[in-house]
Design a protein around this ligand. Sequence first.
Ligand code: UTP
Length: 292
Amino acid sequence: MRKKQNIHKAVIPAAGLGTRFLPVTKSMPKEMLPIIDKPVIHYVVEEAVKSGIDDIIIITGRGKRAIEDYFDAAPELEMRLKDQHNDTTLNRLREIADFPTIHYVRQKEPNGLGDAILRAENHIGNEPFAVLLGDDIITNSKPCTAQLMTVYSRFTSSVISIEHVPREKVCSYGIIKGNAIEPDLVRVEDIVEKPEPDKAPSDMGAVGRYIFVPEIFDCLKNTNRGVGNEIQLTDAIKLLLKDHPVYAYQFEGKRYDTGDKLGYIETIIDFALRDPHLNKAMMEYLQKRICS
Ligand code: UTP
C-alpha cells in the first residue's frame, strides 16, 4: 500500500483556448475574466491555499501572460496607494502578494487537459497532488480541495470531485460508473468522457477538482488522443483504474462553471448578491428587471 503523504502541491491548468468566450479570449485568458473585481483564477488559487497547499504550478500557454502579471508583486501600485492612505485597497493587493510562490510551465499547444497536467510532472515528482481547473470556482466553508484531501487521507488513493448533472448535459462531462460505499462516496469502476445521454452510466459528472497519486503521470504518457483529438484526463483515469483504486466524492458546496457563458453570468450575479456593498442595489435591480 502507498505510504500516506501530506498533499501540499497543486496543479492549476489554465492553458485552454477558451473558444466558448471568443472573441474576448483572443487577447485575454478566460481564467482572467473578472468576477466583479477579482479574476476567476484568484478564487481558484485562494481555494488551494485555504486547503493547505503551499506549492502551486499553473499551466499556461500563448496569450496567458496576464495570469503571471496578476500574481506578481506591484511595488509602484503599492507605493501610490500608500501615499494616498488607501489602506483597504492596499491590503487587497497585499493579499495577492502573500500567496505562496507560484510556478509556471507552458503547454506549447493546447492538446487537452490530460496533456496540460502532464506538463507538471517534473515539478510534482513522486508525490500525491491536487488539480484545480482554472475556470471552475467552488464555494464552501470547507474548501472542496480540502474535502478531497480528507477522503485521500482515509484511502491513500486518487479522488475525483463529482456532482449530479442534468441528463441532457452528461455529454459535457466525464461520467462516473461505480458503487456508492457511503451516501456521498463512490468507488469508481469506470469513467466515460462526454457520453451520449442514453449511453451514460450515471448522471454523476466529474468536475474541476481532483487528488491524484503520481502514477497518473505514467497513465497520461500512455494515453492516446481521444475525444476532440485531445489527450483526455478521463482516458488516463481509466488506465489508472486498472491498477489503482479511485474514489469519487460528492463534495459540499456550489460550483460555478465560469468557462460557460451562462455559468459566468450566474457567478457574477451570485457574488454581487453576497457582497454587502452590492447586495441591496443588486436585489433592487433584479426585482425591477423581473417585474418589467
Ligand atoms: P476546458 O475544456 O473548459 O477549456 O478546460 P477550453 O478548452 O479552454 O474551453 P473551450 O471549450 O475552448 O471554451 C478546463 C481547464 O483546463 C485547461 C483550461 O484552461 C481550463 O482551465 N486546459 C484545457 C488546458 O490547460 N490545456 C488544454 O489543452 C485544455
